[in-house]
Write a protein of this length. Structure first.
Length: 624
């Protein structure tokens, strides 16, 4: 029995090596090939930079503030924990010199970043650059953590990690505690059942939350009730944004949260429960700060020569600072009921000795299995929440994908231990017609709409779903590049034309008074960029600037809008639809809409696939 589970993890390890090698080779090749201008447009580079103030933060890290000075409207992908590479380049980007020191994002907002540097010497080199810039680096550390977590799970002989490994991948059954069912009148029956299943689970439970079914509400309640039985729990997710979301909801429920790492949305509410902000707000911090400053001053005074007395003073102060830092850390952890971080953040040095009765993993269907094991190593039992019928993990290596690296731990447990799964069945987001297609295709028709949203709409007698067929409109796809994909400029123009017509029908006053929000989605980054460019050029949309968002499917995960418009791009004689055949992405796209969904696509190309044929026909029946 254990052998089969170890073999499965060995297989995962091999597939992860394929992904690592492929991703690193791709990064190095593209770093050489792609110009800084292209990197800037992709949101992975700022150039030129303005260098701001530098200081030691409350965690005693040397940091510097950097500011983006051009291309201020370009969305970027800098966020907490990601590695950076600084460089110096001339204005034409013909000569680029990389500055060879490590750097990491502490936090970032629209056009400003706080970056952790190795020390003042690195800042001196940065200040010597004539036109400094910064770009995302390749994240070796994430892979090191994932490889280490898989090795630990494989090598454990008779500990709790081995038991969980054999439950998840072997024939060992998942245990249940005998606990009388609890009533939660504010939850619906499927949510109530899910919370009870979490409370009864001895080893593992899964909360399967289709779009709009209140997964976060259910998970927050499960955490709240678990804390009646345990002093502290660990809550993780794949992305910083997902950690921010669940953390905010837990705080709103009155649960003390300690967020390890900085949030994506940098505002006072989010920052107020971060470890760094809490650390510097502690009553003992001013004393610690003064001791650290004294240590640095003594180090500076040693540069002129060695002194035994100064060395002794430094050692004594360092011991005192370490004791004080440990006391503050212990105080912060004692006050918190929930420790929240990303899956890789579970390996943070602050959590080195921490162990938890229960680990909650939100958005578990988007996480590689190896990443989950980083956090599982710290827990006695595991609760996974998410939806394996929505966005999958990002896999770049075709061979690793074909081998099954994209199959998540959540999917495997759903298949191997169906008794551990609770499906949430009542959705509170969409008009019933929008929900029905997704329910029938992905969820065996088990979802139903809450009465308050079943017939929701913007206009009287409106059709909730429309498909604008572009096959006779000279809308042709063009290949841009490997990572940006394809663009269909005519379809982009048509997308905004139809949106303009629909917004005109609603009326400007109605839109602004009701704050009707709109999402424009395309699966292809190149189409997103082109749509954003067109949108800025059209005066009609100016009054609605704050109400319209244009992004990829991944960018809309976890979000919803009153109106969603989808540009599918693909148009060819071969019926080739590329990664549109990953239907989980389309499930996300169509279920973002509360009241109106408009799809633009070449039916002749797309309906050769049974999913799009059924979707096209279904929308056709609504229009009859």
């Amino acid at each position: 029995m254990p052998a089969s589970s170890i073999l499965e993890l060995q297989r995962q390890y091999g597939l992860l090596e394929l992904e690592y090698n492929h991703e690193k080779a791709t990064y190095l090749e593209e770093n050489e090939r792609i110009s800084p201008d292209r990197k800037i447009s992709r949101g992975i580079c700022w150039h030129p930079l303005s260098i701001g103030r530098s200081y030691y933060n409350s965690l005693n890290q040397f940091v510097v503030e950097v500011h983006c000075t051009e291309h201020l409207d370009t969305e970027h992908h800098f966020e907490y924990g990601r590695p950076l590479m600084f460089f110096d380049a001339d204005i034409e980007h013909t000569r680029i010199r990389y500055l060879n020191f490590p750097a990491t994002v502490s936090y970032a907002d629209d056009n400003r970043m706080v970056v952790v540097l190795p020390g003042p010497e690195a800042l001196n080199r940065l200040n010597e650059a004539v036109r400094p810039g910064v770009q995302l680096g390749f994240d070796e550390n994430v892979y090191k953590l994932m490889f280490a977590s898989l090795r630990a799970a494989m090598q454990d002989k008779d500990g709790r990690l081995a038991e969980l490994r054999d439950i998840f991948h072997g024939m060992r059954p998942a245990g249940e505690l005998v606990i009388p069912p609890m009533r939660f009148p504010w939850l619906n029956p499927s949510q109530e059942n899910a919370v009870n299943k979490v409370l009864r689970a001895k080893d593992v439970a899964i909360v399967h939350g289709p779009p709009g079914t209140g997964k976060t509400t259910t998970l927050v309640e499960a955490v709240y009730e678990t804390l009646h039985r345990e002093n502290q729990v660990l809550v993780c997710a794949q992305s910083n944004m997902a950690v921010d979301w669940i953390s905010e909801k837990l705080v709103d429920r009155g649960i003390p949260v300690l967020r390890i790492g900085n949030p994506v949305r940098v505002n006072d509410k989010m920052l107020s429960f971060t470890y760094e902000r809490r650390f510097e707000a502690h009553p003992d911090y001013p004393l610690l700060h003064s001791i650290r400053r004294a240590i640095r001053q003594l180090y500076d005074s040693r540069k002129g020569g060695r002194s035994e007395s100064i060395r002794q003073k430094i050692n004594a102060l360092r011991d005192r600072a370490d004791d004080l830092e440990m006391r503050i850390q212990e105080s912060l952890f004692a006050e918190a009921r929930v420790i929240a971080c990303t899956l890789t953040g579970a390996a943070n040095r602050l959590l080195f000795r921490q162990r938890f009765g229960t680990l909650f993993i939100d958005e578990a269907a988007q996480a590689l299995e190896a990443a989950c094991w980083i956090a599982i190593r710290k827990a006695h039992r595991v609760v996974l929440a998410g939806d394996h019928c929505q966005l999958p993990p990002v896999i770049t290596c075709p061979e690793a994908m074909k081998g099954g690296l994209g199959e998540t731990l959540m999917q495997k447990i759903v298949r191997n231990k169906p008794g551990c799964v609770s499906l949430l069945t009542v959705q509170y987001r969409m008009n019933d017609a929008i929900m029905r297609f997704s329910s029938d295709w992905f969820y065996h028709g088990e979802l139903r709409s809450a009465p308050e949203v079943k017939y929701r709409g913007i206009l009287d007698y409106d059709i909730p779903m429309e498909w604008i067929n572009t096959e006779n409109m000279d809308a042709e796809e063009e290949f841009v590049e490997r990572s940006f994909g394809r663009v269909n400029k005519t379809e982009a123009e048509l997308t905004l034309q139809h949106l303009e017509a629909y917004l005109t029908k609603i009326g400007k006053r109605h839109i602004l008074e009701e704050r009707i929000d709109i999402g424009i989605i395309s699966p292809y980054q190149a189409q997103v960029h082109y749509l954003r460019k067109l949108l800025k050029q059209r005066a009609f949309f100016t009054p609605y600037k704050g109400l319209i968002t244009v992004n990829t499917v991944d960018g809309f995960q976890g979000q919803e809008r009153d109106v969603i418009v989808i540009s599918l791009v693909r148009a060819n004689d071969r019926g080739d639809i590329g990664f549109l055949s990953d239907l989980r992405r389309m499930n996300v796209a169509i279920t973002r809409a509360r009241m109106k969904l408009i799809i633009l696509g070449n039916a002749a190309t797309l309906t050769r696939h049974p999913f799009y044929k059924q979707l096209f026909d279904y929308i056709g029946t609504l229009q009859e």
